[in-house]
Design a protein around this ligand. Structure first.
Ligand code: NAP
Length: 323
């Protein structure tokens, strides 16, 4: 196993993992199996990705073939906002576990803050943002975060999750959580790339002992398929002058420079690819060092540009999570 990050829960989390958002259902089991074969040990899944069954098939086959044991793997899943009512948290976690074919998650995250009205899995699963499906609106639930977190803590007590954490949370809510949490969040997963550094949030996490995982490390690349205007208009990070010149300087791929910039600063990364041939280079991002001046130059590209706004995916005037 490559380098790990020690979580406040006491468990070790691999610093480089494999992202599962938009991994095609048809090829997902093979993709996961191949990623295990290449050496990935952390898999970052979620109910919302709609592929947990296929992910589980890939893992089961890898274990059956003797590539790994369950305890060699670190599997993450995430609680969708429609399951944030306290009495729905365990149900959602158990559904994800059943889909994966697992008895516990290594890490279970609250995917986004802001509880939404419960949608029964028999009605629609994964439920998505809109209460009535694609043409419907966003309907909030009244559940405050402290109730959801209490239920997350109960998952640890029940042995369903070893570590618990949050995703897409910002400073104010984290400070609030730290006042009532019996188990503080072990990890924070956030959008992080040179166009969106979020340095103050990183500082907060560091000072509170919360491990940070960067998602969408390649910036606009992941959002082109949604046709987002700013993703199309910005220079792709893989083609950025600074990143490509550093790639030449260090004899690495631009993608590896982007990932090393994060890992060398202590973050975990979870790049996603549907291409087996790209898997090894995305994993090989801790074995070389960038000079501090080069790290600082990449950090200085920060433009505060966020791509993963929930409200960008559909029309709504009821959702400003990052407001
Ligand atoms: N918590 C959250 O709300 C949240 C939100 C977004 C993502 N995530 C997690 O973070 C993971 C990673 O983020 P992401 O999937 O948004 O994006 P990403 O890993 O930054 O980028 C994926 C995109 O880059 C391409 N790519 C991958 N490796 C490449 C390489 N070496 N060279 C060139 N292109 C490459 C992929 O295309 P190909 O597949 O064709 O290679 C895909 O288009 C997700 O899969 C998910 O697990 C979490």
């Amino acid at each position: 196993m490559g380098p790990t990050i020690k979580l406040s829960s006491g468990y070790e989390m691999p610093q480089v993992g494999f992202g599962l958002w938009k991994v095609d259902n048809a090829t997902c089991a093979d993709t996961v199996y191949n990623a295990v074969k290449v050496g990935y040990r952390l898999f970052d899944g979620a109910c919302d990705y709609g592929n947990e069954k296929e992910c589980g098939e890939g893992v089961a086959r890898a274990i059956k073939d003797g590539l790994v044991k369950r305890e060699d793997l670190f599997i993450t899943s995430k609680l969708w906002p429609t399951f944030e009512d306290a009495d729905k948290v365990e149900l959602a976690c158990r559904r994800s576990l059943a889909d994966w074919g697992l008895e516990y998650f290594d890490l279970y995250l609250i995917h986004f803050p802001g509880a939404l009205k419960y949608v029964d899995p028999s009605v629609r699963y994964p439920p998505g943002w809109q209460y009535d499906g694609e043409n419907g609106g966003v309907v909030r639930s009244n559940t405050p975060m402290h109730e959801t977190w209490r239920a997350m803590e109960a998952l640890v007590g029940a042995g369903l999750a070893r570590s618990i954490g949050v995703s897409n949370f910002q400073a104010q809510l984290i400070y609030d959580m730290l006042r009532y949490a019996k188990i503080p969040p072990a990890a924070l997963q956030i959008e992080h790339h040179p166009y969106l550094v979020q340095q103050e949030l990183l500082n907060l996490a560091k000072s509170e002992g919360i491990a940070v995982t960067a998602y969408s490390s390649f910036g606009p690349a992941s959002f082109l398929e949604f046709g987002f205007k700013h993703a199309k208009e910005l220079v792709p990070l893989m083609k950025d002058d600074l990143i490509t010149s550093l790639a030449s300087k260090y004899g690495k791929k631009p993608s590896q420079i982007l990932l090393r910039w994060a890992t060398q600063r202590g973050l975990a990364v979870i790049p996603k690819t549907n291409r087996v041939e790209v898997m090894p280079e995305n994993l090989d991002v801790t074995g070389f060092d960038l000079e501090q001046a080069d790290i600082d130059a990449i950090t200085a590209k920060d433009a505060g540009i966020r791509f993963n706004h929930p409200a960008s995916y559909f029309d709504t005037n009821k959702m400003w999570i990052f407001g």
